[in-house]
Design a protein around this ligand. Sequence first.
Ligand code: SAM
Length: 419
Amino acid sequence: MTTIAEFANLLNNTMGLSPDTVGLSVIESAVKTRVSACRSKDLQDYWEHVHACAAELQELIDEVIVPETWFFRDQEAFAAMAHEVHENWLPLHPEGQLRLLSLPCATGEEPYSMAMALLAAGVPGNRFRVDAIDISARLLKRAREAVYGKNSFRGKSLDFRDRYFEPVGSEFRVADAVRAQVHFHHGNLLDPCFAPDSTTYDCIFCRNVLIYFDRATQDRAVQVLTRLLKADGFLFAGSSEGGLMLNNAFVSAKLALAFAFRHKAHATPGLDAPAARLRTPRRLTARVIPDPAAKPAAKRVAPSRPAASIAQPAGTPTGLDEISRFANQGRLSEALERGEEFLRTCGPSVQAYHLMGLVHDATGMYQEAEQYYRKALYLDPDHHEALVHLAFLLEQQGDAPGAQRLHRRAKRVNSGGRA
Ligand SMILES: C[S@@+](CC[C@H](N)C(=O)[O-])C[C@H]1O[C@@H](n2cnc3c(N)ncnc32)[C@H](O)[C@@H]1O
């Protein structure tokens, strides 16, 4: 008698999905949907069908994947990438084409964001090409159609939508100039024949997929990425996937809040000096420090604390906007001054503590950054961004167990539980 555990095994072997990360119930629900769509008699009947028909295995994969994505998700990565390309790659390469990869690309928001960030930074379209790969045929179809609803546009600043989209009813279609830069392909990162040609990439975005794999599969995936990334290339990971890169053949690229990595062999010794650590992109229009108003988690407070002790005074958003604005303009010392002044006059604030953590982090003042993240978490233990940023900081400082604990807490918060 076939069991759900056997389907979980099949999916684990085929696409790397670990039942421990998504839960057996998610797999069960996907299998049941397909059983009923195929009018199979029972699990055994469907098991035989899925083995006899490659198209049905693809349908099952499409049913079970997690498609969550949006434009400029963790936008610091796009700003940092475009800055590196514009400031360093272009001057060094007066000819030739920059090769970028979004793997996995889901419904296309990530690769289109990469193209928009580069075009906005002034990189001509004929100087770069974005390849975008995903295992899901359904998601790739939607990516090629390039029409998006409001769920793909999160965050406060949507200037890019006015510039690079055209309205289609209540939705928005990516402009042809952006679409022309992105080439979609179907592929399984764990397929032994994956990307068999010798193409390597200057920039790879591999974000928010390794979290669904078990440890051995994560290492296999990182080996694939190691092979695909050029010797001097940049690898951008998801905010909770950085530790995996550091455990393998990569080191931090020291780009503020971008979760970017380079081959260990390419690390420049001088770059580890604190003063040189974080080259904050200054010229880009994209924000480096997130807009506090775009972070709903930052507004939550610990229910166990009396509201009065953490009450946000009137005018809070304006003060915080100012700190963000200075930080995004690269005026970090002014951002710090404003932050201190804000805390002096307005008292404890989760958002201010988190922002101060980010700014200290960006200036290489890690001890202070850690203290501010911890203060934010004291007021709001469920503050997802503070959990992730502090985890990453601890990881960089070699405190892997501490980082893992925080990543686990962040994951619980993300899935709707309490930290
Ligand atoms: C949460 S989305 C991440 C999308 C985007 N990178 C981002 O960060 O917003 C995860 C994607 O991984 C894809 N995926 C899962 N396993 C894969 C595999 N073995 N090979 C390629 N893509 C895979 C899924 O189809 C899904 O589109």
